[in-house]
Design a protein around this ligand. Sequence first.
Ligand code: NAD
Ligand code: 6OD
Length: 494
Amino acid sequence: MSSERSTAVRDFRHFIGGEFIASESGRTFEKRRPTDNALVGHIHEGGQAEVDAAVRAAREAMQGPWGRMTVEQRTALLYKVADEITRRFDDFVAAEMADTGQPKSMMEHAFIPRGAANFKIFADVVKNVATESFQTPTPDGAGALNYAIRVPKGVIGVICPWNAPLLLMTWKVAPALACGNAVIVKPSEETPGTATLLGEVMNAVGIPKGVYNVVHGLGPNSAGEFLTRHSGVSAITFTGETRTGAAIMKAGADGIRDVSFELGGKNAGLVFADCDFDAAIEGSMRSVFLNCGQVCLGTERLYVERPIFDRFVATLKERAEALKPGHPEDRATTLGPLISQEHRQKVLSYYEKARAEGATVVTGGGIPEMSGDLGQGSWVQPTIWTGLPETASVVREEIFGPCCHITPFDSEDEAVRLANDTQYGLSTAIWTRDLSRAHRVAARIDVGITWVNSWFLRDLRTPFGGSKQSGIGREGGVHSLEFYTELRNICVKL
Ligand code: NAD
Ligand code: 6OD
C-alpha cells in the first residue's frame, strides 16, 4: 500500500469474477492526490465490455453456491468481511487518505470503522427481521394462511460518490449482499482505492467469485451510464448529485429498474438562543467543516436566533480560523483539501459569487498559503458569510465546501420557514435546551433526518434518506431490506 507521502503510482484495475483485470480498450485515466496534486494512480476505464463481463459474473454467482447459501452461511461470511476490514485497517486508512487527503484521525475514528460496522449491522438485521403472515377466512371455514418470504432482487448496480468512499459504498454493498444479491460497484473516478481493496478482502474470506464486482470508470457514456442501462442489472442504488440522479433515473426507466437515491442537500442548522452555546458551536464546527465541508448532511445554512447571533458568528469565526490545514498524517491537522482541482474551482466560484452578491465575508473566501508540495493541492480557506438574502446563490445551491452563510431569525415560525425554503430535504440540526420546541420544530421540517443537539450521530437501524430533491427511498435497518429484496406472498389454502 502506498503511503500518503510517497508518490508511487498505482494501477487500479477492475475486479470482475474475483480477478483484477485491465480494460479491454486499454484506456486509463489519472488519479491525482488532493493534498499536492501528485499523480498517484492510473485507473482503468471500464466500458461496455467490462460492464457486460461484470453482469455475467454476477448472474453466474447468483446461480452458483452464493444463491444457495442459507442466511446463516451468508451472514457468517459477511462477519468475516468485517473482521478482515478491521485486520487490514491501516491499509484501508492509507488508501482512503491517498484518495481524499482527509485527516488520518477522521479516517481512523469515523469513516473506516463504518466500513466494518456496515457489514455487521446488516448481517444482524437480515437474521433478525421477520416477514408478515395473515390467517385469512375462507367460505368453507378452513381458512388460508398467507405468509411472505424475502428473495434477493438480483444484480444490484451501486454507483458511488467520492466524499466518504468506503462508508458510502459499504452502506449499500453490505445490505445488498446480506439479502443475497450480487453487486457491481462503480466507484467515483476520484476514489478508486477502497473499492479495489475490498475485492482483496472478498477473496481472502471466501466470498464466491462474481458476488462483488468493481468496474472503474466515469459517468456519462462510460461505465456509470452503461451500468444503469444494462438489462442484466435489476436495481440501481446511487449516492451523488441530484442532477446525476435524474440522468440515472431516465436511464433506468427503460428496464423499469428500481432505484434508491441519496442525493444532494442544502441543510439548515437552527440555533435557538436557549441552546447549550458551546455544544452548538462544537456541533456547527463539525457540520460545516468536517471532511472539508464535503458531507451531504453538512449545514451550509445556519440560522441563529438574534439575541446570540453576534456572539455565535464571532465564536464560529474564531474556531474556523483555528482549523489547521495540513498533511493528513500529521495529528495536528484538522482540515483536509477538497477532492480535486476541478471541485476547488467550483467552490471558489461560489466564494466569488458570494462577494459579487454582496456578502459580508466574516472569514476566509480564498486559498490558504500551504508550504512545499502542499502548495499544489486543492486547498481552500474555511469561509463564513453573513448579510445575504435567501435568494443568493450561496444560500440556495449546494456548494460542498467548508463554508456556510449565517442568518439571524426572530421566531420559531420564521426558523421553520427558512429551513424549509429549499428544493432539498436531507437533514437538519436543531440546537435548543427546550425539548418541547425541539419536537415541535423537528416535526415541521421537511427532511429525512433531524438531529437535536447533535449532528451525524448514526444508528444504522434507523431510516436514512432524503425528501424533495434529496433522494428517493429510505435505507438503514429493515428499510434497506425493502429495496434489496423482493417480497413474495404465498397463500396456502388450508
Ligand atoms: P456525482 O453525482 O458527480 O457522481 C457520483 C457517481 O455517479 C460517480 O461515480 C460518477 O462517476 C457517477 N455518474 C456521474 N454521471 C453518471 C451518469 N450519467 N450515469 C451513471 N453514473 C454517473 O456526485 P459526486 O460529486 O461524486 O458526490 C457529491 C454529491 O453527492 C453531492 O451532491 C452530495 O450531496 C451527494 N451525496 C449525497 C449523499 C446522501 O446520503 N444524500 C451522500 C454523499 C454524497
Ligand atoms: O451515515 C450514512 O449511512 C450515510 N449515508 C452518510 C452520508 C454522508 C454524506 O456525505
